[in-house]
Design a protein around this ligand. Structure first.
Ligand SMILES: NC(=O)c1ccc[n+]([C@@H]2O[C@H](COP(=O)([O-])OP(=O)(O)OC[C@H]3O[C@@H](n4cnc5c(N)ncnc54)[C@H](O)[C@@H]3O)[C@@H](O)[C@H]2O)c1
Length: 441
């Protein structure tokens, strides 16, 4: 292995480790004053006005009394309009929604004008577009809330990391929507792991097994690109496959609790239930074994199949005990002798989606620079991409090999008449990865 690759990786880990351990109860950097401070209104633009963009707009409004939503940008007019209607319904003429015909911005480049108008931007498109939107936001000196995942390919991850360093130099806060880092049960459990409650973690199992998500079937008159962008979940270039899009949350917990990123992955996957063109070309199950630098092994499962065992949670075994956590505010730590060491009672815990915005807007208001989740988010996204590479190819893939690839799934796109990044065959079916034949790059 070339020496420079090793050095790069070590730097990547050191930095991530610093961010992961800098704050125990909150995922924070030491307080530093930023150049920007805010008196009065904080202007917010939403880029990607679907379910999450709309939800995050509500959370931003609730986080600070002087937040104003000033622009809504989406590639689809109906999506931006639906978001506007939703916000209007709740906030009426209170002044919190300061959007009109002129600032409902539509199209592939709509993000630019929306970002220009804002102090804080919410980036909530599907992940394929995150790198270009994040790059523009930081270039324009904006504070950022951006949803996970941060990319769908390695070129995107490298862009995100490069821009994340610029955000740090500019002291611009960036919170990534891996909300378990802002959820009290996870934070309390992590604090106890740091206090050696279960000894050294040696293994773990992380799960996102569910019945799957929506399908948005093709409609007459759509170009191929428009169809793929409406039905985005099923196209790897924009979604990343469900191991990246959804299971990232659980994989992220493994990296966070172990305090490192894997050195390699191997696994298996395929599609049994997903058939036909409207399911694009992603898998419906992946099972990956991630190996970490100190020999820890994490088994990761994600499945989108109805009628099977469902669970979404994380379990880890240590030299002295074990831990079980989930997003429903559960957190149980037990000794290897079966004694309960901690049982989180989280009935009144704050919603972590709201907490992300409360913290972001409070530091912006104070003019502090305290959050840079970029490397943590890039690590977790890349770990999930590594898992996908392993299941698609059927090979053992090291982190260094994956990072050395130039996998680039997202072309520059400006119009729905542009060629789609992946094309169907004569029967309308898309090329599905075949383990043993598909190469991971
Ligand atoms: N943290 C969480 O728990 C959580 C929950 C749900 C979704 N998410 C993330 O939020 C993101 C969006 O998911 P969603 O459920 O809101 O999807 P969605 O389909 O409801 O919304 C996505 C929106 O982005 C728009 N869009 C697509 N490409 C665009 C572009 N280039 N420019 C502007 N707009 C564009 C779409 O038209 C759509 O309105 C995804 O990355 C998803 O993983 C995170």
């Amino acid at each position: 292995m070339p020496k420079n690759k090793k050095i790069d990786r070590r730097r990547f880990i050191e930095k991530s480790g610093r961010i992961a351990t800098a704050g125990v109860l909150f995922n924070v950097l030491p307080a530093r004053s930023s150049k920007q401070s805010f008196e009065g209104e904080i202007k917010v633009s939403v880029i990607g006005c679907g379910g999450r963009g709309t939800g995050a707009a509500h959370q931003a409004i609730l986080a600070d009394p002087d937040v104003r939503i000033v622009a809504l940008a989406d590639v689809f007019k109906d999506q931006a309009q639906a978001c506007y209607d939703n916000l209007l319904n709740r906030y009426g003429n209170s002044g919190k929604l300061r959007v009109d015909e002129e600032t409902i911005l539509v199209g592939f480049d709509a993000y630019k004008e929306a970002i220009d108008m804002a102090d804080v931007v919410i980036l909530a498109t599907p992940p394929g577009f995150r790198p270009i939107h994040f790059e523009y936001a930081i270039e324009k000196n904006k504070q950022v809330f951006m949803e996970k995942p941060l990319a769908t390919d390695v070129v995107g991850i490298k862009k995100i990391l490069e821009v994340g360093k610029k955000a740090e130099l500019k002291k611009l806060n960036v919170i990534v929507g891996l909300q378990r880092h802002y959820q009290r049960n996870y934070l309390q459990v992590k604090e106890m792991l740091d206090r050696n409650k279960i000894g050294r973690i040696i293994s773990g199992q992380v799960y996102w097994n569910s019945g799957g998500v929506w399908v948005r079937p093709r409609k007459t008159g759509q170009t191929e690109l428009e169809y793929q962008m409406r039905n985005w979940y099923y196209f790897n270039w924009i979604c990343g496959d469900h191991i990246v899009e959804q299971h990232i949350h659980n994989i992220d917990v493994a990296n966070w609790f172990i305090g490192d990123i894997p050195i390699s992955a191997q696994g298996m996957g395929g599609r049994e239930i997903r058939k036909g063109p409207d399911h694009g070309h992603i898998f419906d199950h992946h099972f990956v074994e991630f190996t970490y630098p100190n020999g820890e092994i994490v088994a990761s499962q994600c499945r989108h199949q109805r009628g099977c065992m469902n669970r979404v949670d994380e379990v880890f075994q240590g030299t002295k005990g074990s831990v079980h956590v989930d997003s429903a505010n559960y957190g149980l730590i037990s000794s290897n002798q079966g004694k309960e060491l901690y049982n989180h009672k989280g009935e009144n815990d704050i919603n972590p989606y709201q907490q992300e915005h409360n913290l972001l807007f409070s530091v912006i208001r104070r003019g502090d620079y305290r959050y840079n989740d970029v490397e943590m988010g890039a690590n977790s996204t890349m770990t999930a991409i590594l898992g996908r590479m392993a299941t698609y190819s059927g090979q053992v893939i090291t982190w260094d090999e994956a990072m050395a690839s130039n996998l680039n799934l997202v072309p520059e796109l400006h119009s729905f008449n542009d060629p789609a990044p992946v094309l169907p065959d004569a029967e309308g079916n898309y090329p599905i990865p075949i383990p043993g034949k598909t190469t991971f790059i």
